[in-house]
Write a protein that binds this ligand. Structure first.
Ligand code: ADP
Ligand code: ASP
Ligand code: MG
Length: 433
């Protein structure tokens, strides 16, 4: 069971978890940092980079006040209050210690890990106060990524199995989402929103009967509820549909978190902590019925067009183009080709300048920044008809930069200027649902 930031966002919310997690079944509970904490830790790191110690002092005292309030509301016994206060002081002192040394991305990652370390320690202390036995498992002991920043699945499996055997009489395990160690043993993380990924990696590692992601909404909705009014929960999704939606912007799921569950065929249930009896969404290997399922959008993309007469009737051209992206470890999200040009999108501008300059050897290169992929997920197999016309009819007033159909049976993607994202989502919602 994974609980996100809002689900552990206050003392009361932490208390509300107890009936959900303490029901006699053996389970591993993964927690995020309390909502707002990771963002605050990002801001604290920014102050440490710029050595703005005045600002830093304010930010740390903010964090201190916030958690003192949680401690005061959560615990009733003197011992627990003392233990929790001591814990908080230790974490704050750890953060303060970085004013003394050089501050690099490694120190930043150590700071970003504090939110999950605090939230799990608080829940563990609270359960102890309530006389509920639980084991706090340090994720830094078993979550590890390799040189390509991919999780080391065999290591994770081995380490967790060992720990579970060690505590064979225990039923309730608590651990941190998001955080891990890298190849060098340094503290690292699974990227923002990564607690979902922790949960599915652990669920797959222990071959759980089910993975539950508890959040602040009653399942995955048919469109982005932050933008569209009156969206509704999709009760059933196939792994493939969920994976596309997560990767293409449905924030409820970390982009790659569906893959470990799919690999081990473990159903993933999305549930709402504020409304625990709501049906939510079940993601499984059951094939999706014939339908348009949901729409998601992914921002901050750059579209690159390479136009070249050399492409005409030539082979090896695309390989040469793709090799440029491979050299700069930059994934391509979407691609469309004609006989004389190829357009593709990337979501990282880290090496954009170098990529452009290498691509120029092939022909004319044009770049459009500020692009958004609109991803429509459904059952679009080659035998299906009518979906494309419904989609394009809905978008008749929206200029479209790229279209991708047929890459996967579950996904039709369009690229629009980000300024048109909302209009595109609204139009599609009206036309498709
Ligand atoms: P948590 O902190 O629990 O991980 P997140 O904020 O990461 O929660 O994800 C839940 C949020 O995702 C919802 O509150 C909602 O605003 C947003 N969201 C975006 N797209 C969708 C969607 N298609 N379905 C449900 N929620 C979505
Ligand atoms: N706390 C981390 C974040 O805010 C991880 C997570 O919530 O999933 O990104
Ligand atoms: Mg999340």
């Amino acid at each position: 069971m994974k609980f996100g930031g809002t689900s552990v966002g206050s003392a009361q919310r932490i208390k509300n978890l107890v009936p959900l997690i303490n029901n006699g079944e053996r389970k591993i509970v993964v927690l995020s940092a309390m909502s707002g904490t990771t963002n605050l830790l990002v801001d604290i790191s920014a102050s440490l980079y710029t050595k703005d110690f005045m600002k830093l002092k304010l930010q740390i005292s903010n964090l201190d006040l916030q958690y003192k309030k949680v401690i005061a509301e959560l615990f009733s016994k003197k011992d627990s209050i003392e233990n929790a206060s001591e814990l908080l002081t230790e974490h704050l002192n750890f953060i303060k210690s970085f004013t003394l040394d050089l501050f690099t991305v490694n120190e930043e990652k150590a700071i970003l890990a504090q939110g999950e370390l605090i939230s799990t320690a608080l829940l563990h202390l609270y359960l102890t106060e309530q006389n509920i036995s639980s084991v706090l498992l340090p994720a830094l002991d078993f979550m590890r990524i390799d040189e390509t920043e991919e999780p080391e699945v065999p290591f994770i499996k081995k380490m967790i199995s060992k720990t579970l055997e060690q505590f064979s009489a225990e039923n309730l395990f608590i651990t941190q989402g998001y955080i891990c160690r890298n190849l060098f043993g340094e503290i690292d993380n699974l990227k923002r929103g990564g607690s979902d990924y922790t949960a599915t990696l652990i669920g797959a590692a222990v071959k759980a009967t089910e993975i539950q992601i508890w959040t602040d909404i009653d399942g995955l909705h048919n469109n982005d509820p932050r933008i569209i009014e009156k969206t509704f929960a999709v009760t059933e999704l196939s792994f493939d549909e969920a994976a596309e939606l997560a990767y293409f912007g449905a924030k409820i799921l970390h982009p790659t978190c569906v893959l470990p569950a799919k690999k081990e065929n473990i159903p993933v249930r999305l549930l709402n902590t504020m409304q625990p009896t709501a049906t939510g969404t079940i993601i499984s290997n059951k094939p999706a019925p014939d339908r348009i399922t949901a729409i998601a959008a992914k921002d901050n993309l750059s579209a690159i067009k390479i136009k070249s007469a050399r492409m005409l009737l030539a082979y090896g051209f695309l390989r040469a183009v793709f090799e440029v992206f491979e050299r700069y470890k930059t994934p391509i999200d979407m691609i469309s080709t004609s006989e004389v040009a190829v357009s593709l999108t990337i979501d990282s501008d880290k090496h954009l300048e170098e990529i452009i300059s290498e691509l120029q050897q092939f022909g004319l290169v044009e770049v459009d920044k500020n692009q958004t992929i609109i991803c429509i997920v459904g059952t679009f197999g080659a035998d299906k008809q009518g979906y494309a016309s419904r989609i394009f009819d809905s978008l008749k007033n929206i200029p479209i930069r790229m279209i991708s159909y047929g890459g996967s049976e579950n996904n039709i993607s369009l690229l629009v200027n980000s300024d048109l994202k909302k209009a595109a989502l609204v139009s599609l919602n009206k036309g498709l649902f």
